[in-house]
Write a protein that binds this ligand. Structure first.
Ligand SMILES: Nc1ncnc2c1ncn2[C@@H]1O[C@H](COP(=O)(O)OP(=O)(O)O)[C@@H](O)[C@H]1O
Ligand SMILES: Cc1ncsc1CCOP(=O)(O)O
Ligand SMILES: [Mg+2]
Length: 279
């Protein structure tokens, strides 16, 4: 029974596997998130590399343990690199995850994101507005996607659950909708993670960081829905613990790295709030 994967113990096992394997995580990411996501991956125990040149991404995606694709500050050269990297990842069997930052607001990145879906992402993580928009864009509706307002969500995570199920069934990817409660679905199973702190929405690139940590989890856990749920617990528990003593977003950002570094089996099993709703 796969429910055993949706327990605090299973999250702790994924954490220990990351620490044991130090998976190489290839990131093609945005200029806002690059430094903070690399630091978060290092703090957790993975080995990040930011490699975006079209000439380099194919061989690197094939040798990496996971690929993270983030369109937050997409440019035409980066779009070409994403096409090559995701094709190479698919061919090599490297699990890859998409973060469709602000996909509802801007047609160029919408095209990049939708085209990338042909290369079999193992997972997609976005906020509710992004998941609603990506599902809508993939379905080719004539009217524009539901309004987004840049990189932040205008909807609660619950509002994107139906769209996430459709997107998961159509693409084969597990979908994460982050928010006060995170939802993770493969179109059949729905897991929830209730860790996290509202102050996390006041630090940039923490959604990007969640996606990057999911890349590390995908490198060691073959069930993508479980891997993504585990990542949301890890960042959520670290975020909660960091917020407890943070003076504001500045110290939260720094403390989050320290908390990721100090996470261990005891803390995770005590503080994880992970559940499986269906089937
Ligand atoms: N209201 C909230 N309460 C607690 N945690 C939250 C809340 N909103 C977001 N988070 C957490 O903050 C992190 C970033 O998520 P989110 O803000 O939804 O992504 P994005 O930055 O891409 O919009 C995730 O770990 C998520 O679980
Ligand atoms: C502010 C900003 N602008 C373009 S990408 C980016 C970072 C978005 O990060 P996140 O979605 O994790 O908050
Ligand atoms: Mg985001």
């Amino acid at each position: 029974m796969s429910h055993i994967l949706f327990t605090p113990d299973a999250v702790a096992t994924t954490l220990e596997r990351i620490r044991a394997a130090t998976p190489l995580v290839h990131n093609i990411t945005n200029i806002v998130a690059a430094n903070s996501t690399a630091n978060a991956l290092l703090a957790l125990g993975a080995s990040p590399a930011m490699v975006s040149a079209e000439e380099e991404v194919e061989s690197f995606a094939a040798m990496a343990a996971a690929l993270v694709v983030n369109i937050g500050t997409i440019t035409a050269p980066q779009a070409a690199a994403i096409a090559r990297a995701t094709r190479a990842a698919q061919a090599a069997g490297t699990p890859w995850i998409l973060d469709p930052v602000a996909v509802g607001a801007l047609p160029f990145r919408a095209r990049v994101a939708v085209e990338s879906l042909a290369h079999a992402p193992r997972a997609i993580r976005g906020n509710a507005s992004e998941i609603l928009a990506l599902a809508h864009l993939r379905e080719g509706h004539a009217e524009p996607p539901p309004a987004g307002r840049g990189v932040d969500s205008l909807q609660a995570a619950e509002q994107a659950l139906h769209a996430a199920g459709r997107l998961a069934r159509a693409t084969g990817a597990s979908i994460v909708i982050s928010g006060a409660t995170d939802y993770i679905t493969d179109g059949t199973r729905i897991a929830t993670v209730a860790n996290g702190h509202t102050m996390m929405t006041r630090v940039t690139a923490l959604g990007c960081t969640a996606t990057a940590l999911a890349g590390a989890c995908l490198a060691v856990e073959p069930d993508a829905t479980a891997a993504c749920a585990h990542a949301m617990v890890l960042i959520g528990v670290a975020g909660e613990r960091a917020a407890r003593h943070a003076a504001g977003p500045g110290s939260l950002q720094v403390r989050l790295l320290d908390e990721l570094y100090h996470l261990d089996r005891d803390t995770v099993t005590r503080e994880a709030r992970i559940a499986i709703l269906a089937p």
